[in-house]
Design a protein around this ligand. Structure first.
Ligand SMILES: Cc1cc2nc3c(=O)[nH]c(=O)nc-3n(C[C@H](O)[C@H](O)[C@H](O)COP(=O)(O)OP(=O)(O)OC[C@H]3O[C@@H](n4cnc5c(N)ncnc54)[C@H](O)[C@@H]3O)c2cc1C
Length: 426
């Protein structure tokens, strides 16, 4: 395993160099003096892309359309739920994005006309574009789980978009008596942040162990395997013996329906009534992707893996959670990497060139406890129309290492969050 990690680091350096090379192309000569690019969604993908576009080609007119004044980041929001972090540390504004030369419109985009190349905003105004980038993140599918709608989410929070829902789940845990049952319902793939439900289970278990040690945590899962599974399961045995139980799909873990009135989760194998129920429902690309004609029948957006251009809507590019990125997981790290590659491709296309094939990197850190970090890393490149795993690159944290190794990975996770949020919003 140690050797596998050494190989991965070499490959990362190589891949990193490839990305760096991709950003050193000669500046384009535009036919038109300053083409307009509109970016919808000011999260990890969209805000990164808007800034990169301006950085690569300052002559571009770049407009970022984001519905909220303040972005609330999901990474580290599990710490907020476990009472380990203030929500304020998750909040970011757009002042620095504007200082970087991007025009920020605090508006919801409500319409896209891919033929006329216009975006309609909630205030009735319309923006013309030469190329459009969508990074709207996910919408929760309130039609996918019987009994789980927006009203039910006020009782059984998903907390899969950070903000009020995060705080609701935190307050419910705080109000729960010692000896209560917490249930997390985890969805089938694909969904935002594959290791997220298991990091959440770990940090809630940490909270229970330290504050309500007679309580139990049950994970009802719609799948038979999950990201960093052995690492998580070993950590649960070591840190929270007897407290965390994972029920896989084949053991009857899939939640088919919920009853919010009684906090009950219903599976084929029986019902579970929870004191605190965290229901993470299936998801799809943010609604504007469907409006733009970029989402397919899966609810996600098929793209060209070199340019991120939508297969359904010409001149529209989709990045981040909303796109079908093959082997690349739906993470903030991925969204940021895709944003930079997409920005380069958009500038090249606007100047009449052919974008180079990118190499992209993702690393997902998770915390099994505040001082216990684990990670999975990968390198991805276009292959057969998708972003495929580069074989032999990447890997997961080693299984048998002393605790100080885990403590260092927990510190890397903190540094990663500080670095990416400074790059995107700072
Ligand atoms: C609990 C949890 C933990 C996580 N931990 C990690 C982690 O440790 N590491 C990691 O890499 N990733 C993590 N993630 C995943 C990460 O949050 C997402 O993958 C990432 O935010 C995706 O970026 P995005 O740009 O696609 O979407 P987002 O960051 O969600 O941004 C989308 C933006 O678009 C805006 N928007 C949507 N529609 C419109 C519209 N019509 N008009 C205007 N604005 C619009 C939204 O307001 C939002 O600001 C975690 C996720 C969760 C839920």
């Amino acid at each position: 395993m140690g050797q596998r990690l050494r190989i991965s680091r070499r490959d990362f350096v190589r891949a990193g160099a490839a990305v760096a090379a991709a950003t050193t192309f000669p500046l384009p000569a535009f036919a038109q003096s300053s083409p307009r690019v509109v970016v919808i969604g000011g999260g990890f993908g969209g805000a990164s892309c808007a800034r990169s576009l301006k950085q690569i080609e300052p002559k571009l007119q770049v407009m970022l359309v984001e519905q909220s004044k303040t972005f609330i980041a999901c990474p580290f929001s599990n710490n907020v739920i476990a009472g380990l972090r203030a929500i304020e540390k998750q909040q970011f504004g757009y002042d620095k994005v504007a200082t970087a030369g991007v025009t920020v419109a605090t508006q919801a985009a409500t319409a896209v006309d891919a033929t006329k190349r216009t975006v309609g905003l909630a205030d009735g105004t319309s923006l013309a574009y030469d190329r459009l980038v969508l990074s709207p993140g996910v919408d929760l599918r309130f039609d996918a789980l019987q009994g789980y709608d927006e009203a039910a989410a006020q009782k059984m929070p998903h907390a899969w978009k950070a903000g009020e829902q995060t705080l609701l789940l935190q307050r419910q845990l705080e109000a729960m008596d010692d000896g209560g049952l917490v249930v997390i319902a985890a969805p089938a793939n694909p969904y935002r942040c594959p290791p997220g439900p298991y990091e959440r289970a770990s940090l809630i278990a940490y909270y229970l162990k330290t504050r309500k040690p007679r309580s139990k945590l049950l994970i009802l899962d719609a799948k038979d395997a999950f990201s960093k599974q052995r690492l998580f399961q070993n950590a649960w045995k070591e840190l929270y013996p007897g407290m965390v139980e994972w029920v896989s799909l084949s053991q009857g873990g899939k939640v088919n329906a919920v009853d919010a009135a009684t906090n009950t989760l219903i599976t084929d194998f029986g019902n579970h009534t929870a004191q605190v129920a965290n229901v993470i429902p299936p998801q799809r690309a943010g609604r504007i992707a469907e409006i733009a004609g970029a989402a397919d029948k899966t609810g996600w957006c098929a793209i060209d893996p070199v340019t991120f251009e939508s297969k359904g809507a010409p001149n529209v590019h989709v990045i981040g959670d909303a796109c079908i990125a093959g082997g690349m997981p739906k993470s903030a790290f991925s969204a940021n990497a895709q944003a930079k590659a997409c920005a380069q491709a958009v500038v090249t296309l606007l100047s009449g060139g052919s974008p180079a094939s990118p190499k992209l990197i993702n690393t997902c850190y998770s915390l099994a406890a505040p001082d216990y970090g684990i990670s999975v890393a990968g390198v991805y490149a276009p292959k057969n129309g998708l972003l495929a795993d580069v074989e032999g690159a990447g890997g997961v944290s080693p299984l048998d290492v002393p605790r100080d190794f885990r403590a260092r990975e927990a510190e890397y996770a903190q540094s990663w969050f500080a670095t990416i949020t400074a790059e995107v919003f700072g």
